[in-house]
Every structure is written in C-alpha cells, then in structure tokens.
Ligand binder design. Structure first.
Ligand code: SD4
Length: 289
C-alpha cells in the first residue's frame, strides 16, 4: 500500500494548533509528536478559555484539566482533574511512557508532573476569574453549545509512516461540579486509536460521549467497514436516539488508515481544522438537527 499523505485534524477552529502539528509531520515527525505539539498551542493560550491556561474554572474557581494521548501501538496515557500544570497533554504522555499505568488523577497526577519537572503555576487568568465572578451572581448551570468555537481540542494525526496517534486536552465544562471529570481523558470516550483501522475523538457535552463510548464505537464501526463519515454519523444518531440532547452539543472526528476523514455533530456549528501538505484549513461539519 502506498504511504498515505500525512495529516493532522483537530476539533473546532484551531488553525494555529494544527499548524504546529503540520510542521512536525512535514519534517517526517511521528504522529504522536504532532498531536502533542498541536494540543500545546491552545493549552498555553490564555485567550482560549476551554483548554489549559486561561480555561474556565469549576464552580469553586479551580481550573481542573483533563487530557490524554494514544499512540500507534495502542499505548495510552491520561490525566484527570489535574491542577496547576499548563501542559496536561505532556503529562499524559509521560504517564504513558514512564509508568505502568494509563491514568493518573488529581493530586497524584500533580505530584507525578512535578517529579517529572513540570512547573506549578496558577492557571486562572484575570479574564477567567472575572467571568466566573459574574457567573457566580446567578450560579446557573447550563452547558453552552459551541461555546467559543474552539472548545476542547481533540486531535488525530496520520504520519508519513502511516501511523496514527491522537490526543485530547480540555478544562472541561465551565463551572462544573468540583471533581467532575469529562470524556476527554477517558480512553474510548474522548479518544480512541487503533492503528490497524483508524482513530476518533470527541468534543462537546462529555457525558454523552462517555455513555456511548463514542470514540471506541466509531473505530469499531470503521473496522466493520464503515467510512469515517458513516461511522461518525452512526455514533451521533445512536446518541440522539437514546438521550435527551436538547441544548447539548456533541461532535466526533474520525480518520482511517488511508487518511479519509469523518466529522459529524448533534447540532449546527461544529467545525474542524485540517492541516496537510495542501495547507491548513477550517471545514464545517455536517450535523444531525
Ligand atoms: C468535557 N468534552 O469535559 C469536554 C468539554 C468539551 O467542547 O468538549 N467542550 O465534557
């Protein structure tokens, strides 16, 4: 089989991020390096209020981060409820590479990160604090659809060797109940990679991705012969048939071994960024209703 054209795709309008991944792939870098480089861009961006530094806090004002990575060998690493570390995706990668475990959580994840040399810092920016203070006046909890069009970043990459990898990084739902963990660090829900078949990732209302194990489902549907697009649509259709999704967004991205892409969401407004040797562009996804 001819080697596929390398590509990186990411949820939402994340062109700066996919450009970083594209650069890695252009130099023949591995897909895992590409997805990590991609995730680190919004993680470090204080203006991105849904990932990493500058992310929306939980109800109590704590910025708590979820992230994961998965490589072409099926290795996985993840961190949940991690505070004070700007690059949870890199901590997740260290969990994968340096421990016998898949997931570290909360203070354990923080202690591990510090031992690995990550710097402890405050992630709550003045802007995020001000919005939280404003939110507290009413304390109304309503998940918002398509918050800022750059929400949680889910990333999939295919490299010049034909290997797949993926990553997710998020500060989770804004003003969540303290302790809440979403789909993004859950292997199979927010992300799944099977190098023999394809890869998928999720964004949106994480509870729906968790209940459906949506990313795993999409990879299994591709294994059964569906295209990435058909697989994403079937996963969304199943969620829509089973749960009350009113006012909620959920979206999936998928890619297979040949580099074919799928994208589908519950509601209008989901977009994704694609970087490959033809450039770096945003595309609108199809949607259910
Ligand atoms: C979560 N899936 O924590 C994340 C949030 C998200 O776009 O994707 N927002 O549920």
């Amino acid at each position: 089989m001819m080697a596929p054209t390398p590509l990186v795709i990411a949820t939402w309008n994340n062109l700066k991020a996919t450009e970083a991944g594209r650069q890695v792939l252009a130099k023949n870098g591995p897909a895992l390096d590409a997805v990590e480089a991609t995730a680190k861009v919004p993680e470090a961006d204080p203006d991105n209020m849904t990932v990493g530094y500058g992310g929306h806090p939980d109800r109590d004002g704590n910025v708590t981060l979820d992230a994961c990575v998965m490589d072409h060998l099926g290795n996985a690493g993840s961190v949940t409820y991690l505070q004070h570390i700007m690059h949870p995706v890199s901590v997740a990668r260290k969990v994968m590479e340096k421990t016998p475990h898949v997931m570290l959580s909360g203070d354990g994840a923080l202690q591990f990160a510090l031992k690995e040399g990550f710097k402890k810092q405050s992630l709550l920016t003045d802007k995020a604090r001000a919005r939280w203070e404003e939110w507290k006046l009413q304390s109304k909890y309503e998940p918002v659809v398509n918050i800022e069009l750059h929400d949680t970043i889910g990333i999939l990459a295919l490299d010049a060797q034909g290997n797949l990898a993926g990553a997710c990084s998020t500060s989770g739902l804004a003003y969540k109940i303290p302790g809440r963990v979403g789909d993004s660090p859950i292997i199979g829900a927010g992300l799944f990679v099977d190098n023999a078949v394809g890869a998928a990732c999720a964004t949106g209302y994480g509870e729906l991705a968790m209940k459906s194990l949506g990313s795993f489902l999409i990879v299994e549907l591709m294994r059964q012969g569906k295209t990435p697009q058909q697989a994403c649509e079937e996963a969304i259709n199943r969620v829509a048939a089973k749960y009350d999704c009113s006012g909620k967004q959920l979206a999936f991205l998928a890619v297979n071994k040949t580099g074919a892409i799928g994208a589908y969401s519950l509601q209008q407004g989901f977009s994704y960024s694609l970087g490959n040797n033809a450039g770096n562009h945003i595309f609108e996804s199809g949607y259910y209703s």
